[in-house]
Design a protein around this ligand. Structure first.
Ligand code: GLY
Length: 361
């Protein structure tokens, strides 16, 4: 079947996102038709490297690229400055020059690390995202955010650098654990709540599954990328409307921190999305019935919708969120299915919102 191509055109430069089946084997041709570069350097984690690194290398070499690679241990705990430093040293040892392109092969952690390595190496070289998880296909591979975690918090050292190309092969979803696939479903539901009642209705009727026909997966992923496109094009550096994409994340990041980062990002966002919607409905900011509808959709995708962590602990972590300013935080708040708004709230009100959304009801 044919692939879908979504053109993303933020102020810093346009690029294609190609979504289809079997695209990993066409990676070299897809890149060669869009670049004059000859050297590619693949970055993957240990899990994805064992599954797809040689396939990607073969496809790139067949199209005439010279290919180097570096592999780092899988897991969010390795998304840090020491691992980033090792990747940069590996790129230098491979004598990658400024005309080279980094290939980020994997999920969100790999995309973040490889994107930041590309942003820093020789003051910035090109990179291509090849997302292999649902979450990285619908969210993190698009929009140019790349970062590593610091001891003080998640994604605290980073940059904005848009990729030159994104290639999403839905066949790679087949090897995902069910929980990792569900992580991506939380971001899909978030996009539907933000901007697409029809998509929300379809997900509520029939949960997305990695075993779905590829036509459905490609169409849902492409629609999600198009929703993200509109936010990234209008506000590339998140000064305004792009903050809406943080729906569910302010409380979600606190939940993730409270779990010691053992809970998947999408699972934490699912709890955060349920909580902010419950609170918004309780405060009269969201249409009646929104919380029940969103919780039902999340349930159908095997995602958690209540927090096992004490409210005080969540409030403590939420105050450390990098989106906080001196007076409080700008929250993305659902108003119903398909529309949301930004509200700046002070810290006391934020604490009340967390208690309302996550406390025993
Ligand atoms: N994941 C939210 C954003 O890229 O802005």
């Amino acid at each position: 079947m044919s692939a879908e191509i979504i053109r993303i055109a933020p102020p810093s430069g346009a690029y294609d996102v190609v979504v289809g089946e079997g695209l990993l084997d066409e990676l070299g041709d897809l890149l060669a038709s869009r670049t004059f570069c000859k050297d590619a350097f693949i970055i993957a984690d240990s899990t994805v490297a064992s599954l797809y690194l040689e396939r990607a290398r073969t496809a790139l070499e067949a199209a005439g690229f010279t290919v180097g690679s570096a592999v780092f241990p899988a897991g969010e705990t390795h998304k840090n400055l020491p691992t980033l430093g090792e990747l940069l040293e590996d790129m230098a040892k491979a004598r990658l020059d400024r005309t080279g392109t980094v290939i980020a092969l994997g999920g969100g952690v790999t995309g973040d690390m490889a994107g930041l390595a590309a942003a820093l190496y020789m003051r910035g070289i090109a990179y291509v995202q090849v997302p292999t998880t649902l979450l990285s296909m619908v969210d993190s591979s698009v929009g140019g955010k790349c970062a590593v975690d610091l001891a003080a918090g998640k994604n605290l050292a980073g940059a904005f650098l848009q990729p030159s190309l994104v290639v999403a092969d839905v066949r790679t979803l087949a090897t995902l654990d069910d929980g990792v696939f569900s992580d991506g479903c939380a971001e899909v539901i978030k996009h539907a709540v933000l901007a697409d009642p029809r998509l929300f209705e379809s997900l509520s009727r029939e949960a997305l599954s990695k075993d779905d026909p590829h036509e459905r997966l490609i169409s849902v992923i492409a629609r999600n990328i198009d929703i993200k496109r509109s936010f990234v094009e209008s506000d590339e550096r998140e000064q305004g409307p792009r903050k809406l994409l943080n729906l569910g994340h302010s409380i979600g990041h606190a939940v993730e921190a409270a779990s010691g980062y053992t809970l998947g990002h999408g699972h934490a966002v699912s709890i955060g999305l349920s909580a902010i919607t419950k609170a918004a409905e309780g405060l009269g900011w969201a249409e009646a019935g929104s919380a029940a509808a969103i919780i039902d959709a999340l349930d159908r995708h095997h995602l958690p919708t209540s927090s096992p962590y004490p409210v005080d602990e969540l409030i403590g972590y939420a105050r450390l969120d990098k989106k906080c300013d001196a007076d409080g935080i700008t929250l993305a708040v659902p108003e119903g299915i398909g529309h949301a708004s930004l509200r700046h709230v002070g810290f006391e009100e934020f604490a009340r919102i967390i208690a309302l959304g996550t406390g025993a009801s």
